[in-house]
Design a protein. Structure first.
Length: 277
C-alpha cells in the first residue's frame, strides 16, 4: 500500500500532467528562460490557512531551485491582505506551478475554514467533528489533512484502516453478532489491528452491539432526543458517533447529548474554496 507522501506525489504528477502537459507554451514563448522573479500568495478573505506544506511540495517537485519563504503556517487564522508566503526563482516555473498550487491551497483552506467553524460551535463540549469518505477523487489525503488543520478529526482514510459494519453488511452476515464475530475472526486471521464500528438504527441494535463488543457505535439518523437516550444506555461502554442529517444549525443540539464524535458530510463534500491569489 502506498504511503501518504507517495499518494501526494502521484496527485502532483497527475496535476501537472493535466495542467502543464508538455509545457505552458504561452509562458515558454513569451518569457525568457533566464528571467527570475518573485511570487506572493495573498489572502483575500478571512479563514484558516491550509496547504502550505503541500505548496512547498508543488514547487520542489516542479523546480527544486525555487526558494519558498513562509510567513504564515498551516492552521493560522488569516485575514484579507495577509501574505502567506513568497516564492523566488524562474518566472517560467512560477507561472507553470501557480494554478496547481492555488487549486490545492484554496480547496484545503476552504475545508480547514469550514471545519474550524463547525468545531468552534462545539466549544466547551467533548465532541469532535469527523469527516467522511465523500471527498474529491484523488485529493482525499489532502482534504482529510485540511480537516485536521481546521481542528477536526479524521474518521477513516478509506476502506482499509477501519472496520465499519453497516446494515447491508449485517444483513449479508445474518445479524449483528454474526457480522461482528466475522470481523473479529478476520482481523485475527490476517493479523490486523483495526477498530470495529457498528452502525445502529434503534435501541435493540444498540444492545446487540454492546453484547457483541465493538469499539464504536454509530447512531444513524437519530434525533437529538433519541441520541440522548442512546448515550444514557451506552453509558461510556464504547465510543459514540452521530451520523446522518446533522447540519451546522443542529450540531450543538446533538453534541450536548454527550456524543464523542459527529460525522459531517459538509466538511469536504460541498465546501467553498477560500479566496486567495
Amino acid at each position: 500500500m502506498k504511503t501518504r507522501d507517495e499518494l501526494i506525489d502521484d496527485l502532483l504528477t497527475l496535476s501537472f500532467a493535466e495542467d502543464v502537459g508538455d509545457g505552458d507554451h504561452t509562458t515558454l514563448s513569451t518569457i525568457p528562460a533566464d528571467e527570475m522573479g518573485k511570487q506572493r500568495l495573498i489572502i483575500k478573505e478571512p479563514g484558516v490557512l491550509a496547504g502550505v506544506e503541500i505548496a512547498r511540495k508543488v514547487f520542489e517537485k516542479f523546480d527544486p531551485s525555487l526558494k519558498m519563504t513562509v510567513f504564515i503556517e498551516d492552521g493560522a487564522r488569516v485575514k484579507p491582505g495577509d501574505i502567506a508566503f513568497e516564492v523566488e526563482g524562474s518566472v517560467r516555473s512560477l507561472l507553470q506551478t501557480e494554478r496547481t498550487m492555488l487549486n490545492i491551497m484554496q480547496r484545503m483552506s476552504g475545508i480547514a475554514t469550514t471545519t474550524a467553524r463547525y468545531q468552534d460551535k462545539l466549544k466547551g463540549l467533548k465532541t469532535k467533528v469527523l469527516d467522511t469518505r465523500k471527498t474529491t477523487p484523488g485529493m482525499r489525503m489532502l482534504e482529510k489533512e485540511a480537516v485536521k488543520i481546521g481542528g477536526g478529526c479524521n474518521h477513516r482514510i478509506g476502506l482499509f484502516d477501519m472496520i465499519l459494519i453497516k446494515d447491508n453488511h449485517v444483513d449479508f452476515a445474518g445479524g449483528i453478532k454474526e457480522a461482528v464475530d466475522a470481523a473479529k475472526k478476520y482481523l485475527k486471521e490476517t493479523g490486523r489491528d483495526l477498530k470495529i464500528e457498528l452502525e445502529v438504527r434503534n435501541t435493540d441494535e444498540i444492545n446487540q452491539a454492546l453484547e457483541a463488543g465493538v469499539n464504536r457505535i454509530m447512531l444513524d439518523n437519530f434525533t437529538p432526543e433519541r441520541t440522548r437516550e442512546a448515550v444514557k444506555l451506552i453509558n461510556g461502554r464504547t465510543e459514540i458517533e452521530s451520523s446522518g442529517g446533522i447540519t451546522y444549525d443542529t450540531l450543538r443540539d446533538y453534541a450536548e447529548c454527550g456524543d464523542d464524535y459527529m460525522s459531517v458530510v459538509a466538511l469536504t463534500h460541498s465546501v467553498k474554496a477560500l479566496d486567495m491569489s
